[in-house]
Structure formats: C-alpha cells, structure tokens
Design a protein around this ligand. Sequence first.
Ligand code: AP5
Ligand code: MG
Length: 225
Amino acid sequence: MSKIIVLMGAPGAGKGTQARLLQERLHLPQISTGDILRARAEQQDSLADEIRSVQAEGKLASDDLVGRVVQERTSQEDCRQGYILDGFPRTTAQAEMLEGLAAKQGNDISAIFVDVPSELLEKRTTGRRSCPVCGEIYNIYFKPPKVDNACDQHPNALLEQRADDTPEKVRVRLETYARETAPLLDYYQGTGRLHRVDGTRSPEEIYSDLEKILNNEVVRANPAD
Ligand code: AP5
Ligand code: MG
C-alpha cells in the first residue's frame, strides 16, 4: 500500500524544509498547498485576487478550493506511489476529504507533527528567504546563504521574502493555526496515526526521525518480510 505522508506543524515549524528532503530522498512528490496557491495567485484574475488577499491576511482559503487543488494534483501519475502533503489538511472538513481520497486511491495516511515552541516561530518565519528558481529555503538567522541574499545554487537569483512573513501577519497565521488546524492533531492521535518529532533540532536530525518513523511503518505493514 502506498503512503500519504501528512506533515503537520505551525507556520515556520519546518514542514517545507522536511518535505523537500523527503522528496529528494524518497522520490515522492511534495504537495504544498501554500506553494500551489501562491503560484496561482500570480495570475491576473478574480481567483488570484481572492487567494492573494486570503494569504496576505493569514486566513485560510476555502475548503472547496483547496480540496479541488489537492484532488487534481494527487490524481497525477507521479503520485501513484504516494506523496507528501505539506500544509494540508488544515481544517476538519479537509481531513474528512483526505480520508475519502486516501480510501479511493488505496493509500495509507501517516501524520507527522513537527513540534516547535511558539517563541521560535517568529524568527523562523520572519527570517525566511527562498530562491525563486529552485525553491531552496534559507533563513537569515539559522541557515544563511553563502552570499547575502543570493541562492547558493543560483547566484544570480535574488532571494525572496514571503508577503505573509511579517511579524503582524505571522501573529494572525499562528492564531488561525491554533484555532483551525491544531485540533486535527487530536484527530490523528485518536486514530493512532500521529507521530511527533522534536522540531527544535537541526533539519538533518529531524529528518532522521522521519526516516525511522516511515521505515517502522513499512516493517509493521509487512511483518512477514
Ligand atoms: P503555507 O505556505 O503552508 O504556510 P505555513 O503553514 O504558514 O507554513 P510555512 O510555509 O510558513 O512554514 P513551514 O512549516 O513550511 O516552514 P519552513 O520549512 O519554510 O500556507 C500559507 C497560506 O496559504 C496560509 O496562511 C493560507 O492562507 C493558505 N493555505 C495553505 N494551505 C492551505 C489549506 N490547506 N487550506 C486553506 N488555506 C491554505 O521553515 C521556516 C523557516 O525555518 C525557514 O527559514 C527554514 O530555513 C527554517 N528552518 C526550518 N527547519 C529548521 C530547523 N530544524 N532549524 C532551524 N531552522 C529551520
Ligand atoms: Mg511551507
């Protein structure tokens, strides 16, 4: 059975950083609803305007829109062996939709909570910069590029800062997370599919925990092997 890896955690917890490592090393596609929505918001139409305003306010896009995005993306060929969800589900309705999708696709869900205390999250978000070419994620405090404001791999590309990474917007995003998304941790805990990792350590240490969790699950699923 193939796997849906659901990466959970507050804004700035490191979901995207871990999702990129998993994608690179497990060859499963990373599906970040935040990235997909940001890309869609660059077009010039009313849907793009709506997404820009929702993201800028730190609120959530509608379940209907995000549900359609995930349904469409996960029906593509590269998702047949499983995929990594980064930033989805974020509401009870989205979690229910994912159950239906997993059942239809014959996939198993494994939820991993990257746990980071709130006092660290402001530096993680406001210090974040990313490469517009390859999407590599940097941080001026924790993972600075070799040359100020340039990607290590693409020296001609100036790093970008997200519009919602200001202290005021981060505050609203954290409130939205606490109200809408954090309750899903109980839901996955209650169904025996939640794993918690300490997200305050280095990305490689965290990744090594993810690897152990996922390997253990494969062993449990195939006890006779
Ligand atoms: P989204 O893009 O998903 O943002 P988020 O959930 O707020 O999470 P972030 O991307 O800010 O953080 P991250 O956990 O990925 O951290 P990262 O790895 O970059 O969503 C944005 C918006 O889109 C939402 O507000 C909403 O409007 C909309 N949206 C998206 N999905 C939706 C949905 N399902 N439903 C409705 N609306 C939706 O790391 C952060 C920083 O920390 C980086 O600088 C990184 O270098 C650094 N860092 C990472 N790990 C470590 C570490 N271990 N040690 C030190 N530094 C680290
Ligand atoms: Mg992210």
